[in-house]
Design a protein around this ligand. Structure first.
Ligand code: FES
Ligand SMILES: [Fe+2]
Length: 421
């Protein structure tokens, strides 16, 4: 690496005011990435960990992450959801290796320190030593207090079945964190009905985690990049749309209504025609869209909750997409496709069928993984470059159309403030 590149990697140089030109250095530095983890994932922010429906009974657990730190979401005997760090208090072993399961307690394999489902240290082998030849050898010091060596417990917030956690116990409420504008759309999707997990897709994308947030905060690429959408007329830049942000511009909701649905709500699929007559779906049930009462109008609402998650409604397909950073140049992306317990079997099949558009090999989402990777390749190689996010101006504002990069500018305005860059 050249000396200039080394120097640049230490601190991205923001060459302009505002947030419409983002230096490549925001994406290619380990040092900056560590600062992001500390300031954005480990303090001051609620991070998504899962759905209550994933751990319905006492002892049910799911291993996941907050930022890059391994955590366990587990339901206690009392029914409460706990989130504890997957790091043994003794010598740090990441003791839980299974992705999910049911347990009565946790035991670290190394020296079998034992913890209950709330993360309290319950057992320490040889704590009182071993009796040999009439005397006690070893053991922990007399003043060793197990209650001082529990697992690290995260603060937990649950709203309508969605579980968030934070290492920061001073953090504001989840509702304040989301803000009223975003909360409104959160409660539209998660309105208290019991959720049912339908399945997962997992992928590892070789690109900086922020690029995934940008991708969903960019509502004008789908009609250009995603030929599948274009061919079958599912996404048009002139669809009725609204882009709204919380007061700090970190979260956003992109709300859109397909024109055909707006004008003929009972004929959703009738307006879906192929722009290329030669291309037809072998199985057109992928487009078997049935409007649902809870939509209250919009056919797609994409929420980006900074920094860790995206909540998706694309017609009948609903999912959470968990962004799990893995160094500055990659992230794991875990999709949880869900439905509602009161769905008819037909609706459940429909949601699953439409989920084929998404995930690592999705008809649509495969494209996003690729362009994120191709962007990152440039960011690694060209230290003094910068991206341009100036469609719709250089400022940050809510809009009633999609032909803008305002949400990206909003996110970086917030990012610059938090990162002090
Ligand atoms: S490291 Fe876990 S018991 Fe020793
Ligand atoms: Fe996309």
């Amino acid at each position: 690496m050249s000396e200039q590149a080394m120097q640049f990697q230490r601190e991205p140089v923001w060459k302009s005011e505002g947030s419409s030109r983002i230096p490549f250095g925001a994406y290619n530095s380990d040092e900056l990435h560590r600062r992001e983890l500390q300031r954005l994932f480990y303090s001051g922010h609620w991070c998504y960990v899962g759905l209550e429906a994933e751990i319905p009974g006492p002892g049910d657990f799911k291993r996941t992450v907050v930022g890059e730190r391994s955590v366990i979401m587990v339901r206690g005997q009392d029914g409460a959801v706990n989130v504890v760090e997957n790091a043994c208090s003794h010598r740090g072993v990441r003791f839980c290796r299974k992705p999910s399961g049911t347990v009565t307690d946790f035991t670290c394999p190394y020296h079998q320190w034992n913890y209950d489902l709330e993360g309290n240290l319950r057992g320490v082998p040889f704590r009182r030593g071993v009796r040999q030849d009439g005397k006690v050898n070893g053991g922990m010091p007399a003043d060793f207090k197990p209650e001082h060596h529990n697992l690290t417990k995260l603060k937990v917030a649950i709203r309508n079945g969605v579980v968030f956690a934070s290492f920061d116990h001073e953090i504001e409420s989840l509702e304040d964190f989301l803000g009223p504008e975003i909360l409104h759309y959160f409660d539209r999707l998660f309105d208290g009905r019991k959720l049912k997990v339908l399945g997962y897709s997992r992928q590892r994308v070789p690109g900086n985690w922020k690029l995934m947030q940008e991708n969903i905060k960019d509502p004008y690429h789908p009609g250009l990049l995603h030929t599948w959408f274009v061919v079958f007329g599912l996404w048009r830049a002139d669809n009725k749309a609204q882009l709204i942000m919380d007061s700090q511009y970190r979260h956003a909701a992109m709300i859109s209504t397909r024109n055909d649905v707006a004008s003929a709500p009972n004929e959703v699929t009738s307006g879906v025609s192929s722009f290329k007559a030669s291309m037809q779906l072998n199985d057109d049930r992928f487009l078997d869209v049935v409007p649902e009462p809870w939509w209250k109008g919009p056919t797609a609402v994409m929420m980006t909750i900074f920094p860790s998650v995206i909540f998706q409604q694309q017609v009948n397909s609903v999912s959470t997409r968990h962004i799990q950073p893995d160094g500055h140049g990659a992230f794991r992306f875990v999709w949880t496709h869900f439905g509602f317990e009161d769905d008819t079997p037909d609706m459940e099949r429909r949601r699953l069928r439409q989920a084929n558009l998404f995930g690592p090999a999705g008809f649509v989402s495969a494209d996003d993984g690729e362009v994120i990777e191709f962007s990152q390749q440039t960011f690694e190689q060209k230290p003094d470059g910068q991206t341009i996010a100036e469609l719709g101006g250089r400022g940050v504002e809510n809009t009633d159309h999609m032909v803008t990069e305002t949400l990206i500018r909003g996110m970086y305005a917030y990012w610059r403030k938090k990162m002090e860059i």
